[in-house]
Design a protein around this ligand. Sequence first.
Ligand code: ATP
Ligand code: MG
Length: 392
Amino acid sequence: MKKVILIRYGEILLKGLNRSSFENKLISNIKRSVHKLGKVTVRKSQARIYIEPEEENYNFDEAIQLLSKVFGIVSVSPVWKIDTDYNTIKEYSVKMVRDLVERKGYSTFKVETKRGNKQFPMDSPEISRDLGAHVLRNVPGLSVDVKNPHFILYVEVRDFTYIYSEIIPAVCGMPLGTNGKALLLLSGGIDSPAAGWMLAKRGVEIDAVHYYSYPYTSERAKEKVIELTKILASYCYSINLHIVPFTDIQMEIYEKCPHEELTIIMRRVMMQIAEKIANKTGSMALITGESVGQVASQTIQSLAVTNAAVSMPVFRPLIGMDKNEVVDIAKKIGTFETSILPYEDCCTVFVAKHPVTKPKLERIMLSESKLDIAGLIEKAIEDTEVITITAE
Ligand code: ATP
Ligand code: MG
């Protein structure tokens, strides 16, 4: 018997001719994720991937924890790999069940069998029935409950046979790196980390840009964004975070433009800087955490005016979500607790009492004509600090 990890994947299986390139990417991402835990062999067989550790005391719990964050994986199971021989299957099924009964106090179960190996002389229902009876005879204090058992003993009869009781759900999606790269506008709030995660889930590599207004926003606000990037990197391996000084731009807008237009003009400048950074660094789209109607700068008119600042596609995966739906995602991915820490955002520093909610593009552009936008943008990009943040 060998302890291995069984990995199931989903949507990739719908791919046609290029399915193997998605599978290969998934395999290389899997290797990258568990790399630090020791040497393993990763094997693909019959639309499953198996990880076989080479070392005796491999940390399965941590491996499973890491794998549950790999995009493209639907679920994982720690399994026992045994020979496809019925006596061996009976012997190890009893051992596994005995262990579960002793360790977890379970007392009801059922057997579910999948037979991928059609040479095997018994069919699936026959195996489940016979194996169930054999286990019952050999493990005292146990009974069968087909409707609501404490646990299921899964038996997969293939080239080898795999037995297990746990199926741990993972994040699904597409393997990271199969869908190009995009640049996330990352604030310290709840929304933008969730937005970035949603695109990463679809296989898009992520870089991030953050605008900060020192000394109006503190060093702590910047550290918070670095911390959020770290959490995202636990799904994305490595993220280049561009930290752009924004104070001079905000001061200039504050001095020269009508105050009710501050936020919308600021958002347009942010988009333009992001587009320039994206073009320089190989990102093909921008990502924001905007959702229709959330604030004045996210009315449909404001979004149209913001959008008109750039020609690159802008992805807004939260566009139709309510705040509580976004909060659920943030909690699931682990960014929520960091996002709600108190901090000052550059947008809250120079905020008008009554911002425009229905801006007109021509009016906004007229206000902007008083600014040397190109010069301000160039300077900000020149002073940008880039930090590469990798998964720990
Ligand atoms: P979040 O919760 O992500 O802060 P929000 O609801 O507070 O979003 P806004 O402040 O209007 O919304 O910002 C809308 C979007 O603009 C954010 O989701 C983010 O993508 C981007 N953004 C806002 N502030 C910054 C910033 N300081 N640096 C980078 N991007 C920003
Ligand atoms: Mg914000």
